[in-house]
Design a protein around this ligand. Sequence first.
Ligand SMILES: Cc1cc2nc3c(=O)[nH]c(=O)nc-3n(C[C@H](O)[C@H](O)[C@H](O)COP(=O)(O)OP(=O)(O)OC[C@H]3O[C@@H](n4cnc5c(N)ncnc54)[C@H](O)[C@@H]3O)c2cc1C
Length: 433
Amino acid sequence: MNIGIIGGGIAGLSAAYELSKKGHKVALFEKEAHLGGQAATFEVAGERLERFYHHIFSSDVDIINLIDELGLSEKLVWLDSKIGFLHRGRIYDFVTAWDLLRFGPVGLLDRVRLGLVSLFLRRYKDWPSLEGMTAQEWITRYGGRRNYDIVWGPLLQNKFGTSFDEVGMVWLWGKVHLRFASRARGRERLGYLRGSFGLLIDALAERILDAGGKIYTSSSVERIVVEGEKAVALQVGRQMYPFDSIIATAPSPAFLEMVPQLPTDYAQKLKGVRYQRAVCLVLTLKKPLSHIYWLNISDPSIPFVALIEHTNFIDPSIYGGKRIVYLSNYLSKDSPLYRSDPDELLNVYLPHLRKINAEFEPSWIEERYLFREEAGQPVITTKYSSQIPDHRTPISHLYLANTTQIYPEDRGMNYSVRLGLKASNLALEFSAA
Ligand SMILES: Cc1cc2nc3c(=O)[nH]c(=O)nc-3n(C[C@H](O)[C@H](O)[C@H](O)COP(=O)(O)OP(=O)(O)OC[C@H]3O[C@@H](n4cnc5c(N)ncnc54)[C@H](O)[C@@H]3O)c2cc1C
């Protein structure tokens, strides 16, 4: 079969790779000049680095298997993570049970409750029974108001902004459940590809091209051509590309624009899921800011929600000794911060870096880079399973595989690999016909 794929992120590349492996002809179209989508990289000190911080968990079996299949296993390293929590100007380590027991901002009884709730979510498997409740309702009921106000509430607000109280408990269950799966003897191990996840993207692209597939970058699909309720071609600029089947991995708003004739029910489902925008200001520094890799910020006066010090995870010598820090934000589409240019954003953030390290001086900053992503995080509300659009669209031979369809797990590269696989199988359903 001849299959067209929209989007050169992990899902699109995985789908194209799977189909090429099976001997099908594929053509992949990516609107950006580079491949990788949300997992794309840029260069720091001659080394590749993700535009947005990335690691994997040991439960991410689909991507681990893919890394293995592509011969990249020796590049995959598993390292201890250092998670912290900033509350009222103090950084608390937040990884082990012992850290939890010493977590001063809540009383001893609440700390024990915090540990028990985490343990429960780690063991609990019946997530459908949690579908009717918001994370806020569930945590205040079982984890207690104080734990919600100090720990879980800020985490939800950091990711979902003003939609924090709509987030379904299943989303939080997925986060905690899978995160704990990445633990061994109480410590959390996170995976990274030495050389960046760009190696995975390159290897996928190489295999697709080797198999005779085509990859077109800087090629935005404007329209999916439908004839008699069947998708037959893609329009890119003035060019038409005919296909037997089409897989779209673009975010839902972009997909809707390509195929406005989608029936109302399906289109409504696509419109029903909102996304939080992601914005990362990446700084390279002369000195480290803290000893923590992932610092959750529980302080509404600080205008970013997490500080990820990549070089507390991966050795800075790889980047010529530079320290790399991501100042991360999830914002709603109308937030003025989302449109700020790098210098404006840096000016807003700068005074707050001393709250993380009192000795910080602006002269430590060597370079700054800004990255934005419109479809950063789908807002997963209650009873989400009933809102997920089917991979098989109502238009015959047209399949959708994007991050809004990942559930009950949270979106992540592993699940985009899985999406790609699923969509590639579906796209072949008419191959024998
Ligand atoms: C801040 C942040 C941190 C993250 N951290 C992690 C992490 O630590 N670990 C992890 O596993 N995951 C992480 N993720 C999530 C992970 O990167 C994504 O879930 C995954 O990369 C999504 O891949 P995808 O292919 O499904 O979608 P995307 O990467 O969004 O790919 C879709 C592609 O479609 C293209 N496209 C859109 N419209 C068109 C068009 N008209 N024509 C052609 N192409 C088009 C887009 O340019 C894009 O390249 C993070 C994401 C963000 C934003």
